[in-house]
Write a protein that binds this ligand. Structure first.
Ligand code: NAD
Length: 502
């Protein structure tokens, strides 16, 4: 039961985890409610190559750290070029001998099995994801893990209906594909990448991000348990050098990358002139646009969800708010009120809204950009809060009085930081929203259906949410415009990016 502790500081103690030291002046405080499922972590994780867990040829390992308390969680194998080469050879052999020849209806059975096994181990995976990445347990439990399973279910359904992916045309798999993913949705990004590739009949070498490799390797356990033929999925771990080896290897017919625009450009430059197919899911600087006729309370909830969800570690985060001038003061007042009751702290606590920042480096990046906002003259608001003494945290932050020339209005912060601008006319809103190098997503909040339709055709963004934000479904294609990348993931369009027309 919640207890009211208006203005009263409490520091409840818990064994094995730092005390949640965050208390807001006017916040209902709850007793600690830690998720207790066993994440079944190993002390050491090896590479997953050719259906087996194998030590890296270099014998080197690196640590995966829990960002909530800076404790080491496990050792992760560091794959070098020779390991990546072994993974690709295993994938090619699997494609040539088993997976590439298997009827779609048979492949579907494996994908269904992966989805079911993931559901069986959902709580264990959610806890592992939260410990490794820092996101609140309610997100990994209610969003990341179920959505990852949903992607496998959805693509299992496609595997025997591939004739309908491109009606009137014959399609064929590409062969072997290489995939590199970021740290913000570690398991979900695995599912986004693996499920369509496998449904279509391709074999894969995948590299997770160096700060969040654990759930990808736990998924490898499931892949083993599901009985996938050896080599169909290979998981190699390491940082940028390993990623470059995965993207630059001669075997894959396609590479799929999700990560920063900066690294995406490096990869595109290095592959220019090759015949490799490519898809790039890169950064974003989305605008959430609120008109004066919008249901304001609902919109404020959407904005909060859009930027503070997963600590703003979301490529499509609504990191810019464009608010109609007549309601700007009301919206900002409501936002501040709502921010005061956000719970920041231990990600494993079921009541936590904003968890830990994924790494020390990311925290430094957010801090530097926030300082630039203050220096450039924007007005900052952060709710009064005490962050846990250990671990990497950043308070929810909004800036008002922002102009388009400010760095915080242009650069991707990838943290819980919202930049607020105002507009007078729909044309001005569109112009400001599109005035960015990115084009991944946008949100429109208004009572008028006609305005939603007009805005969504004029906004240069891959996804436009209307009167909601951050909603996902495996049937909906997701992807960007401009420097947010190209190619789509999800839906029929996502499958098209893993096949060739013959
Ligand atoms: P990042 O680009 O630093 O790293 C992404 C991955 O690339 C990691 O696995 C990393 O090890 C690897 N890598 C680093 N250097 C490499 C190189 N030279 N060659 C090949 N691989 C290399 O990005 P990040 O910090 O992990 O993730 C955050 C970024 O990802 C943000 O910009 C975010 O917007 C973007 N993102 C985009 C989407 C999308 O769907 N558009 C989804 C999630 C994240």
């Amino acid at each position: 039961m919640p207890t009211l502790a208006a203005g009263k500081k409490q520091t409840p103690r818990r064994q094995g985890r730092p005390a949640p030291e965050l208390i807001f002046g006017d916040l209902w405080t709850y007793d600690p409610a830690p998720e207790t499922a066993d994440p079944k972590l190993k002390k050491r994780y090896e590479l997953f190559i050719n259906g087996r867990f194998v030590a890296p040829k270099s014998g080197k390992y690196f640590s995966s750290i829990n960002p909530a308390n800076e404790q080491k969680l496990a050792e992760i194998a560091l794959a070098d070029r020779a390991d990546v080469d072994a993974a690709y050879r295993a994938a090619k052999k699997a494609y040539d001998t088993t997976w590439g020849k298997m009827p779609g209806a048979e492949r579907a059975k494996y994908l269904f099995r992966i989805a079911r096994l993931l559901q069986d181990r959902a709580r264990e995976f959610a806890v592992a994801e939260t410990m490794d990445g820092g996101k609140p347990i309610k997100e990994s439990r209610d969003f990341d893990v179920p959505m990852a399973a949903a992607h496998f279910f959805y693509h299992a359904g496609w595997a025997d209906k591939l004739d309908y992916v491109a009606p009137g045309r014959r399609i064929a798999p590409l062969g072997v594909v290489g995939q590199v993913i970021p740290w913000n949705f570690p398991l979900l990004m695995c599912a986004w990448k693996l499920a369509p590739a496998l449904a279509m009949g391709n074999c894969v070498v995948l590299k997770p991000a160096e700060t969040t490799s654990i759930t990808a390797l736990k998924l490898a356990e499931i892949i083993q348990d599901a009985g996938l033929p050896p080599g169909v999925v290979n998981i190699v771990t390491g940082a940028g050098e390993t990623g470059a080896a995965v993207m630059g290897h001669p075997i894959p017919a396609k590479v799929a990358f999700t990560g920063s625009t900066e690294v995406g450009k490096i990869i595109m430059r290095s592959l220019a002139g090759t015949d490799k197919k490519m898809t790039m899911e890169l950064g974003g600087k989305a605008a959430n646009i609120i008109f004066d006729d919008a249901p304001l309370d609902q919109a404020v909830e959407g904005i909060i969800n859009g930027i503070f969800f997963n600590q703003g570690h979301v490529c499509c985060a609504g990191s810019r708010l464009l608010v109609h001038e007549p309601v700007a003061d009301r919206v900002i007042a409501k936002l501040k009120q709502r921010m005061k009751v956000l719970r920041v702290g231990d990600p494993l606590d079921k009541n936590t809204d904003v968890g830990a920042i994924n790494s020390k480096e990311q925290l430094a990046r957010i801090t530097a950009l926030v300082k630039s906002g203050v220096k450039e003259g924007a007005e900052m608001f952060q709710p009064a809060c005490t962050l846990p003494a250990k671990g990497w945290y950043f308070p929810p932050t909004i800036f008002s009085g922002v102009s388009m020339s400010h760095r915080i209005a242009r650069e991707e912060i990838f943290g819980p930081v919202l930049s607020i601008l105002t507009f007078r006319t729909p044309e001005e809103a569109v112009e400001k929203a599109n005035n960015t190098a990115y084009g991944l997503s946008a949100g429109v909040w208004t009572d008028k259906g006609s305005r939603i339709l007009k805005m969504s055709t004029e906004l240069k963004a891959g996804v436009v949410w209307a009167n909601t934000y951050n909603k996902f479904d495996p049937t909906s294609p997701f992807g960007g415009y401009k420097e947010s990348g190209f190619g789509r993931e999800g839906g029929r369009q996502g499958l098209l990016d893993y096949c060739r027309l013959v």
